[in-house]
Design a protein around this ligand. Structure first.
Ligand code: 1CP
Length: 348
């Protein structure tokens, strides 16, 4: 609902408000990025990936590129989940072809340094990107802001990059819960501030990516992912009650219903490995569902991809549903497959 009680012009926002659309709104995770030649061109112009994230003019352009090319129903801010650790004072580099590297957080004293950091100084260019994108989008298009979930960001902070040893991470939890909880608590506070600032700059909705929510025993998942995500979503909702919050707990499987039951959650993302009917049953009583299609089907394209899309739309017919993938587009995706996918979704 708009502030005056009218329905939003944006299809995505209507579904996030609980409406069912016969043709679902469509956007794709990682819709901006390396699979697009126009992205690669601007990325080169910017210098490095981080230079691009902190350049509002170029980052706004990169955010808008997939909207122009594919007419998606929503734009997602171009930034990265690792800007928060950087704003908290952790060293971050993206070595070419080598992914992110951070100086690992090993001790309590490292966490102490993160407290009372003014993240907005570093992140101000991101808010400026949001302002610019919102100003150039029509009211039918929603702008999604985002952040990483505290747990997912904590895994990168602790490992100094992508975590390659899940068992070591679980052992660390059993050995040093207090340390991890303290890190997560700092991240809940900083991430809430970050998302509220994105909303104030013009984001219509925010998505929280918990890419590493899966693969753990239930009690650990509840402690490191579900509980802090709930706290974060509640905080954002309390401060900005009109803004829908989307949660993407990748790998959450049988616990999806618990995420959907978080009061401040408007939609839950379905990853590519979750059975669709089970996902519908777990999510739809409490929240809109989003996603599900295997991104590898978009690399393949053709009838397999279109059948997958139709199957998803059939499975989620009659409940609030947002078409999307079960994880992000990969750099080897042919852009023409994305165009065909959007065409197939819109053809019903
Ligand atoms: O070389 C390049 O140009 C960098 C590639 C790239 C891009 C395009 C990275 C590095 N980040 C991004 C943008 C990005 N990242 C967006 C932009 C908006 C869009 O979706 O179009 C978003 C939402 C993210 C979120 C993100 N970053 C996540 C959560 C979603 C997911 O994919 O699970 C994660 C885990 C990251 C970390 C990250 N950033 C970049 C890389 C290569 C990684 C993954 C590292 C790893 O774990 O291997």
């Amino acid at each position: 609902m708009n502030a005056d009680g009218s329905k939003p012009a944006s299809k995505l926002l209507r579904v996030l408000n609980g409406e069912v659309e016969a043709i679902p709104p469509v956007w794709l995770m990682r819709q901006a990025g390396r699979y697009l030649p126009e992205y690669r061109e601007l990325r080169e112009k910017a210098g490095s990936f981080l230079d691009l994230c902190y350049n509002p003019e170029l980052a706004a352009e990169v955010t808008l590129q997939p909207i122009r090319r594919f007419d998606f129903d929503a734009a997602i801010l171009f930034a990265d989940i690792l800007l928060i650790p950087q704003a908290l004072g952790q060293n971050l580099i993206f070595a070419p072809g080598d992914g992110p590297r951070l100086s690992p957080v090993l001790e309590k004293s490292d966490i102490e340094k993160f407290r009372n950091q003014n993240i907005h100084q570093t992140l101000a260019p991101v808010y400026e990107t949001v302002r610019r994108v919102r100003a150039s989008l029509s009211p039918e298009k929603a702008l999604i802001g985002f952040a990483g979930a505290p747990w997912t960001v904590a895994t990168y902070m602790m490992a100094g990059g992508p975590n390659k040893d899940p068992a070591a991470l679980r052992r660390r939890w059993y050995d040093a819960r207090e340390f991890i909880i303290e890190l997560i608590d700092v991240l809940v506070d900083a991430t809430a501030d970050y998302l509220v600032a994105q909303i104030d700059a013009g984001a219509d909705s925010v998505q929280i990516f918990d890419s590493w929510a899966g693969g753990m025993p239930e009690d650990v998942t509840r402690a490191v992912s579900l509980e802090p995500l709930g706290r974060l979503a509640e905080r954002v909702k309390k401060l900005r009650p009109r803004t829908p919050v989307i949660l993407f707990p990748k790998g959450a499987g049988a616990l999806l219903g618990d995420y959907a039951a978080i009061k401040s959650c408007s939609a839950v993302g379905v990853d590519y490995s979750t059975p669709w009917r089970a996902a519908r049953a777990m999510i739809s009583p409490n929240a809109a569902a989003q996603g599900g299609l295997d991104p590898m089907l978009v690399v393949k394209g053709g009838p397999d991809m279109e059948m997958g899309a139709r199957g998803l739309i059939d499975t989620f017919s009659g409940v609030p549903y947002i078409f999307n993938l079960g994880h992000g587009l990969t750099p080897d995706t042919p852009p023409e497959n994305v165009a065909r996918l959007v065409g197939a979704v819109r053809a019903g």
